[in-house]
Design a protein around this ligand. Structure first.
Ligand code: BES
Ligand code: MN
Ligand code: ZN
Length: 502
């Protein structure tokens, strides 16, 4: 998608439509730079006669602009000026992209001045976020639908930002932030697609193939796939115990992105990749079980983030690790009460085979320590309890390093990909006591998200680590059922903040 920057639209040559933001005071001053007085009084008149109140989610489409080549002008409501925040901006931009899609706009002139409330909102942040949204509107799940029926996927041709104050030297910055948004958007789309794919296509082997394909797109990427035999010899019996009941072989996928000096310690991202979670012998109720195809969304977010950072060619070393298996009941499945040994040497009593995410993650977390990581972040659809605590708005974060939590919170507030911290105090640890092994894989009744993180904490003692429970945020339910691509935006922002070439 093309992009450009102009100061006003008084002398445009490209055919297209323009979009202007208007607060609920219905003040049209923002249009003055681009339109002549005749057009403005005409627009004022149209506003008066319409029901447009300038609220977010409202718009007014105006044809027959006298002095310009514009096809249409849209006025988009921004709500109350004094209450205008980044959140309002994001809502308005989301509404703008819906209009573009609905009306199939090809060349879009977008007025930035009012949208960023005359620089109250950072222009770089604004460009990045517009780019994330506008580049994301062409996502359509099509893999298992009749291809001939899915045609005319909407893709805008060009977006031209109108900004009175921007100098032509700003264009290099515009490029930088627009491309950041594009890369994040591409990462989100990959994560959405992997989430949406059914488990008979998206198997551990499929995830491995996706990683290998990604590896071919950039020389700085290096892919290693460990099969079951290799995992066995590394002592990953806990990870392997999850896939015991499945016909699909488990995979450990390592994606290395070498963007900085060899001596730079990497950031490691570890994703839960359960391609279907029946619960195993501790089988889940059948209602809504199809949603457990999304139990690999942590893995999907690792792949999406690796794609985004490799597109941006960032100066940083990042290692993505995916622990992938299918959790099925069968004659060869693990039974409740079985004890397995982990790569760390600790033994685990598997009291509930439905608490399988932590079983694959613990060995992957031991495995990443060989890369001497600066930070390790694991991402997992780990507990239903996080939905009870935080709903579908925020991912849970639990960590053994306050500074890392603060960094993640900062990236969350910049990206608006929300996280909320839960405590991981030692008082919770005794929940995991077992009479037959070093650790039980479940706690008692309460604080399920915390006890799950406590389990993982037993394997992350020698490095700075944070755990993101994305069971509530990784997909939407209901009519909009589908992957959200979260938390690719959070993770990519975090990597951007840590990279040298910001
Ligand atoms: N994949 C599930 C968590 C989940 C549940 C994600 C609902 C999204 C929606 C996980 O493997 C699981 O089954 N967790 C159990 C743990 C319990 C057995 C301790 C849970 O949360 O019920
Ligand atoms: Mn489970
Ligand atoms: Zn699961």
């Amino acid at each position: 998608m093309q992009y450009d920057l102009i100061n006003n639209i008084t002398s445009i040559n490209t055919k297209g439509s323009a979009i202007f933001g208007i607060f609920d005071d219905l003040n049209t001053n923002g249009l003055v730079k681009s339109l002549d007085s005749k057009d403005i009084s005409k627009i004022k008149d149209i506003i008066k006669k319409s029901s447009f109140e300038g609220k977010i989610g409202q718009s007014l489409c105006i044809y027959d602009i006298l002095n310009l080549k514009l096809e249409k002008i849209y006025l988009v409501g921004l709500g109350e000026k004094n209450k205008y925040t980044e959140k309002s901006f994001l809502k308005a931009v989301n509404y703008v992209s819906q209009i573009c899609k609905k009306d199939n706009l090809k060349n879009i002139f977008l007025d930035l001045d009012t949208l960023i409330k005359n620089k109250k909102i950072d222009i770089n942040w604004a460009i990045r976020n517009i780019s994330i949204q506008i580049n994301g509107i062409d996502y359509v799940y099509s893999e298992t639908k009749n291809k001939t029926k899915i045609k005319n996927i909407y893709k805008p041709n060009k977006i031209i930002f109108i900004c009175t104050s921007a100098t032509s030297s700003y264009k290099t910055k515009l490029k930088k932030y627009f491309l950041q948004g594009q890369a994040i958007s591409n990462g989100i789309k990959l994560a959405k697609k992997l989430g949406d794919l059914p488990s008979n296509i998206c198997t551990p082997t499929y995830l491995a193939k996706t990683a290998s394909a990604l590896g071919k797109t950039n020389k700085k990427l290096n892919i290693k796939i460990h099969n079951e035999k290799e995992m066995k010899s590394m002592g990953m019996n806990c990870l392997l115990s999850v896939g015991n009941g499945s016909e699909e072989p488990s995979k450990l996928i390592t994606i290395k992105y070498n963007g900085a000096n060899k001596s730079d310690k990497p950031i490691a991202l570890v994703g839960k990749g359960i391609t279907f979670d029946t619960g195993g012998i501790s089988i889940k109720p059948s209602n809504g079980m199809d949603e457990m195809k999304y139990d690999m969304c942590g893995a999907a977010s690792v792949l999406g983030t690796m794609k985004a950072i490799s597109e941006l060619n960032l100066k940083i070393n990042v290692i993505g690790v995916i622990a992938s298996a299918e959790n099925m009941p069968s004659g060869s499945a693990t039974n409740p009460g079985d004890v397995v040994s982990t790569m760390s040497g600790q033994t685990v009593e598997i009291l509930n085979t439905d608490a399988e995410g932590r079983l694959v993650l613990c060995d992957a977390l031991t495995y990443v320590s060989r890369f001497k990581p600066k930070h390790v972040i694991d991402i997992a659809t780990l507990t239903g309890a996080v939905l009870v605590a935080l709903g579908k708005v925020a991912s849970g974060v639990l960590s053994n390093d306050e500074k890392l939590t603060e960094k993640l919170k900062k990236s969350s507030s910049i990206s608006h990909d929300y996280i909320w911290e839960l405590p991981m105090w030692e008082e919770f640890q005794s929940e995991l006591d077992s009479n037959f092994a070093d650790i039980a894989n479940i706690g008692k009744r309460y604080a399920g998200t915390i006890t799950a993180a406590c389990f993982l904490s037993r394997f992350t003692e020698d490095y700075s680590w944070a755990h993101l429970d994305i069971a509530g945020t990784a997909w939407n339910e209901g009519a909009n059922k589908g992957g959200t691509g979260r938390p690719v935006s959070l993770l990519t922002h975090f990597i951007l903040e840590n990279a040298k070439s910001l």
